[in-house]
Design a protein around this ligand. Sequence first.
Ligand code: SF4
Length: 461
Amino acid sequence: MKLPDNFNEASKHSFCVLPWVHRFINLGGEVQLCCTAEEHPHSYIRDDSGKLFNAKDGLSDAQIGASRHMCEIRQLMLQGEWPAACQRCEVTEQTGGISRRSSENRHFKAHIPWILENTDQHGNTPAQIRSRDYRLGNRCNLRCRMCHPRASSLLLDEWNQISRPRLRINPAKARSLNQRAWLQDQQLWHDFSANVHALEHLHFAGGEPLVMPKVLKAMEICVATGAAQQIELTFNTNLTKIPARHRELWPHFKVVNLVCSIDAHGTLNDYIRFPSNWNTIARNLDTIEREHEALNLGCAHISATVQIYNIFHLCALVEYSHQQFSFIRPMPSLIHLALPDYFNIQFLPNDLKQLAAKQLQGLVTRLRATGVHEGFEQIEAIITYMQSANHSPYLMSEFRRITTTFDRLRSESLTRLVPELAPLMSTKNSTGLRWQVAVATSQGKWLAGKLAGKLKNQLAH
Ligand code: SF4
């Protein structure tokens, strides 16, 4: 098979190396296409009978890779069509952002000739997993507001207080979230060890991977087998800790890269990523700047989840990064939050969207004036994304309800930190028949949208 020369141009085509070289296992042992697609129902890989693959079933990479579902995804990509699961990359490219697809294609470009030579017209190909992304449990030391107990066990009590009854988690479900059977699966660890020499990239996220014992187990296998020296190790970390054992193991790997999940500068980050402490994070950022060679770091950057809480403080974070860092990439990655939708910037009232867009445009002007000449497309993409859906009075009433509950439980105040959001938190205009009708109408539209999405996904299967 052959790809056109411009196969990696934004939105022109849809080829991505990951369905050939990557294996992503999510927190519950679910085998999914990649973490960028994880919120999409089609990203869950199924066997030919339609049953979801799970790591606890002890299946090999070859068995998963040969499934009809994986073959169809590869076949679509080679035909220049976007698989449904890859919507996030498609939208990112359409709004002018840099998609994961394009960065992975660059990263693994040496394997593309092999992929084309060894894939038939039906998408069949031998298994050749070069990259693994494992979510080895929901242990985390934080309770971020936009997170779920699935990814942080500490969030459970608060989750059950902020959630609508149908979304609450009962004790039996909580036990299953906290004690994942697949993590004990002998076959998984056997396969990991047996194939470790083919690995080029190993990624861990959370929970918080730097506090997870199973992450250390995987790293120790890499070091003990001598495979570590050819493996690039990457972490999504909240950077609240750089544990001593990690400092010892990192130099054994080819290189270590850090994606630091930080959503704001200062106390707003502690508010969103509760109960982190900005002074500790700033100290750890400074350690990375000063000790990156000894720690064997190849690169590090801040990744901010752009949501309603931080949209008015992105400028402060971006400017802090540009002033403070030389080793750490000065331009943070700005990743828009899609879910939970009540924190999604697309549903803000129009006047707040305009205010946020004006602030971000001002940021671009200031950065240009100081000689910065790259990274602006991410800021533009956030503005475009924000403006590409309509205000939802229903979701904004949910935002107010959930924020008020979190604030009460944590003795915090959003409006003290982000005064721009005071109109959204005010109940002054949130009474009366007109308001109730607006919320009910928008709730109806939101429900209809959800149902239509579900139906579309079922029909596509
Ligand atoms: S195109 Fe994007 S969503 Fe699809 S597999 Fe590649 S990185 Fe994942």
